[in-house]
Design a protein. Structure first.
Length: 177
């Protein structure tokens, strides 16, 4: 069996394409934590898109530009023929793109999806596009609910980072009174 081809991971490039196509989504998981100071690098971008036909049409176009394929564990990626309806018909996609892995989930563990995550999401500017990023509290909530070993190992550090963030926010509010 031939070895899988390695792709250089470029989260910024993935997010720029999504932003350029105006895909409404929340960056979740390790990428969201890393963007907020987590010391744990990630090798994929996880997103939760807004569940709307027009948004999924934009996501479909972005995935075409990203040359998305279905990620396979032991073989090269599999072809990925998709349209708006097929994307909307599945709640989790594990894909690889020309810039690295992209996972799409409509209902991350411990959340009720896009609207739930949007309430406390941060907005960052990346490559001229505004990108919504799940709050660190929501990342901690989701990773805790997922219960995976890798999440359990990261949670103590993420909770400490969240406590520091919460304390800094409280101090800033006191200074601005």
């Amino acid at each position: 069996m031939p070895a899988k081809k390695r792709i250089r991971f470029d989260a910024t490039a993935i997010l720029e394409v999504l932003g350029r196509h105006r895909v409404e989504c929340i960056v979740i998981g390790g990428a969201a934590a890393y963007l907020q100071g987590s010391p744990f690098p990630t090798d994929d971008v996880d997103i939760t898109p807004r569940l709307d036909r027009d948004n999924y049409a934009r996501l479909c176009a972005a995935l075409t530009e990203l040359d998305a394929k279905v990620r396979a564990e032991k073989t090269d990626p599999l072809p990925f023929r998709h349209d708006t309806a097929s994307l909307m018909g599945v709640s989790v996609w594990n894909l690889t793109t020309k810039f690295g892995n992209l996972d799409i989930t409509t209902m991350p563990a411990g959340t009720t999806g896009f609207d739930d995550l949007r309430r406390d999401a941060l907005t960052i500017t990346l490559g001229g596009a505004e990108i919504a990023v799940a709050s660190l509290a929501d990342v901690v909530r989701s990773k805790g609910a997922a219960g995976r070993d890798k999440d359990q190992r990261a949670l103590p550090v993420l909770r400490e980072l969240l406590a520091e963030q919460t304390q800094a926010d409280a101090e800033a509010r006191r200074r601005n009174r």
